[in-house]
Design a protein around this ligand. Structure first.
Ligand code: SF4
Ligand code: SF4
Ligand code: SF4
Length: 330
């Protein structure tokens, strides 16, 4: 059949996949928002007990997280091209050993602050928000909040547009360029890699195990460990008990509408926050309101931008076709 006059069977199937994908976008990631509800599990981090693993080459929780997630880390194709129209790209692949900040190869890190001559160590990772703006605003439906409490990025679907990082109050997700679906769409200005962050060890939770970081910390400190994992209501109860015991404060119960990562501290979080600001970190611990009231106009516009909708649909179509092929092979 003449391509100009009509569609080939292949072209028809492609268009069909696209229409299906547009439908999927409209019914999943694009217009619906993740509901505001807490999940089953949460982590409680007691800042009075973390010593930053000062006597270890790498904090045990960080080491365990890296080992656990090694197989999910990106392996970019060289040369990594600049994103268009910006000049530049994000490449952490030659700095895989960096542990003092969040990167695509390091999903948890320990911040250090000095308050009134006392040193505090703060394990940081995704907060797993009850109402995650990252998932609500991802135009490709690549982020999901699950009933176990985790907020997880689907690396096969992520285009690396980094809108999740822009709307995250703590700027948690980190981008690696040169990997992912966006490579298939070049030279279209779509995305720029894949975003990475802590997934609450969802695969381990499914097997009835605790997250790797919690297990490693317990191996080192036993009952004195600062990291606790369990049912969320129990973690909230424990946080309140501990806060009462030490005359302390809780972070994460209300922030951003509630999160599945809770902190308890003897020092007010406002003070920790101002100390973190002095270090010029953008991983802060300030008050955060419900993000859905704070979403900028541009972000709302982004949700319905027709060009991006179409790009999202193309991305989804490629993903579904690839998944289909995989299943056929199997
Ligand atoms: S949370 Fe535990 S393993 Fe991690 S730095 Fe603190 S004491 Fe070490
Ligand atoms: S902390 Fe940021 S990345 Fe994590 S769930 Fe909340 S908004 Fe998303
Ligand atoms: S829960 Fe898992 S992915 Fe998240 S910081 Fe701990 S070990 Fe890393």
């Amino acid at each position: 059949m003449n391509e100009k006059k009509g569609l080939t069977r292949r072209g028809f199937l492609k268009k069909g996949a696209m229409v299906t994908a547009i439908g999927a976008v409209c019914t999943t990631g694009m217009v619906e928002t993740a509901s505001a509800k807490s999940g089953t599990y949460a982590t409680l981090i007691d800042l009075t007990k973390c010593d930053g693993c000062g006597n270890e080459p790498i904090p045990k929780c960080v080491e365990a997280c890296r080992k656990e997630n090694e197989k999910k880390f990106p392996d970019p194709k060289e040369p990594i091209k600049d994103l268009w129209p910006q000049k530049g790209h994000d490449d952490w692949s030659k700095k895989r050993d960096v542990v003092n900040q969040l990167t695509p190869y390091n999903w948890t890190t320990i911040q250090k602050v000095d308050v009134d001559g006392e040193e505090f160590h703060i394990p940081r990772r995704c907060m797993h928000c009850d109402n995650p703006p990252c998932a609500n605003l991802c135009p490709f439906g690549a982020l999901n909040k699950y009933s176990d409490g985790s907020v997880v990025i689907n690396h096969d679907l992520c285009m690396g547009g980094a809108k999740c990082k822009a709307v995250c109050p703590w700027h948690i997700p980190q981008r690696q360029s040169g990997v992912g679906l966006y490579l298939k769409l070049q030279p279209l200005p779509a995305g720029g890699g894949v975003m990475y962050k802590c997934d609450l060890c969802r695969d381990r939770i499914k097997k009835g195990q605790v997250p790797a970081c919690v297990e490693a910390c317990e191996k080192r400190l036993g009952g004195k460990k600062p990291l606790h994992f369990g049912r969320r209501e129990e973690m909230v109860k424990n946080a309140h008990e501990r806060a009462r015991e030490i005359g302390g404060f809780i972070y994460g119960e209300e922030e951003n509408g509630g999160t599945a990562t809770l902190y308890v501290s003897r020092i007010p979080f406002e003070r920790i926050d101002s100390k973190l600001k002095e270090t010029k970190s953008n991983l802060l611990m300030g008050k955060v309101l419900n993000p859905l009231r704070e979403v900028n106009g541009w972000a709302k516009g982004f949700l319905i931008g027709p060009l991006l909708s179409a790009l999202g649909a193309i991305g989804l179509a490629i993903y579904h076709r690839r998944e289909g092929k995989k299943k056929e092979k199997e």
